[in-house]
Write a protein that binds this ligand. Structure first.
Ligand code: GTP
Ligand code: MG
Length: 357
């Protein structure tokens, strides 16, 4: 994905269509001077519907289009003709998008599968035409209604990428080098911190299986509170089933590096600290085995369960790491699950206080 065209949050304004007005009309027939009422009802306004679609890993389009207004219903007409309904407006969002209240306090919908669809704002119903007011006591009513107004709301779209496994580590740990080695991604690599400023996805093909790996910007102490590039990108690994934690073996203090990142995952919350983790001691190509082993044993003394020596540059050790990921991902990686039935999205909770405009 092109870094310049990544956007993971956008505010949009949506409104459903107003109902069309009911008509006032009377039949005109050749030999009847004064026919009965025949004004039809107005049509319903268009709904605002959200639909999750595949193939867009960014909300960038919403930077340029922020207002979505469904058309109004057409007015009723004589001869009891009901006005045409306004066409529903379908707002397409990438899979992984959450729809949040304007104050960001509530998740209204969480789209995790292609094809999920949710009705958000219903169009106003059409007004009654005068024909509907006819009664035994009023044979020539002139009553009619305007259409009901539509609804308006402002909502935030927040994209949380769908990946099966996520790369975490301090800046310069070698995350982007690794994703480039094992996937089709072409992430920027640099010998300086914060080379990566946007998350990036790549597809791993390993032993006839496929899964999606995410590379995110490096984490530093305080990242969970917004330091460095901040906590915002941690959201993109929330949906991962496993994390590949890279520690630079050539760094000043690999044990401290490992602990710092673990602490940030814990402080961020969102279940990140509870996810299974593979601790990969990276850049093994630069150190001799003895030194690698001594660092690994320091990590184990500090509480690490299993330390896997790897090199993202040469690919050494990566087979074992990928085997473990495949195992954790199980049968349904995010790209292999296409044929499963589509689950229905979270119901819209009308008790939540998202604020209409
Ligand atoms: N020798 C060697 N160098 C590596 C390896 N992995 C990464 N590097 C180097 O380490 C530096 C940082 O690599 P990146 O892949 O950009 O690191 P990163 O974790 O993505 O860094 P940020 O995006 O800044 O968080 C670059 O100079 C890489 O060439 C490795 O396995 N072996
Ligand atoms: Mg990087």
């Amino acid at each position: 994905m092109d870094n310049m065209h990544f956007l993971d949050q956008a505010k949009i304004y949506v409104s459903s269509g107003q109902g069309g007005p009911g008509a006032v009309s009377f039949r005109r027939e050749k030999y009847i001077q004064y026919g009965g009422p025949d004004g039809g009802n107005g049509g319903k306004g268009g709904d605002i519907i959200f639909l999750a679609v595949e193939g867009l890993n960014t909300l960038i389009d919403f930077r340029y289009a922020q207002h979505f207004k469904a058309p109004r219903g057409k007015g009723g007409a004589g001869r009891n003709r009901t006005g045409a309904g306004g066409v529903d407006l379908v707002v397409k969002v990438p899979v992984g998008t959450q729809i949040l209240s304007e104050d960001k306090g509530h998740v209204l919908f969480d789209f995790t599968r292609e094809g999920q669809r949710a009705m958000f704002l219903e169009g106003g119903i059409g007004g009654r035409g005068n024909a509907s007011y006819k009664s035994s006591t009023n044979r020539a009513p002139r009553q009619h209604q305007p259409g009901e107004p539509g609804e308006e709301a402002a909502v935030w779209l927040r994209l949380k990428l769908i990946a099966d496994a996520g790369l975490v580590g301090l800046p310069n740990a070698g995350k982007s080098t690794m994703i480039n080695k094992v996937t089709n991604a072409n992430a920027k690599v640099g010998a300086y911190p914060f080379t990566t400023i946007h998350p990036q996805l790549g597809v791993v093909r390993h032993k006839s299986r496929e899964f999606v790996l995410a590379d995110i910007p490096g984490l530093i102490e305080g990242a969970a509170e917004g330091a460095g590039i901040g906590d915002r990108f941690l959201g993109h690994i929330e949906r991962c089933k496993i994390l590949l934690h890279l520690v630079d073996a050539t760094g000043d203090d690999p044990v401290a590096a490992w602990k710092t990142v673990c602490k940030e995952l814990e402080q961020y919350g969102g279940g990140l600290a509870e996810k299974p983790q593979i601790l990969a001691l990276n850049k093994a190509d630069l150190l001799d085995d003895e030194l690698m082993e001594s660092i690994a044993s320091d990590l184990k003394k500090a509480g690490a369960e299993h330390v896997l020596p790897v090199s993202g540059a040469t690919g050494d050790g990566m087979d074992e790491a990928l085997d473990k990921i495949i195992e954790a991902v199980g049968e349904n990686s995010s790209i292999e699950q296409k044929d499963l039935p589509v689950a229905s999205p979270q119901e819209k909770d009308t008790t939540k206080d998202w604020s209409p405009l």
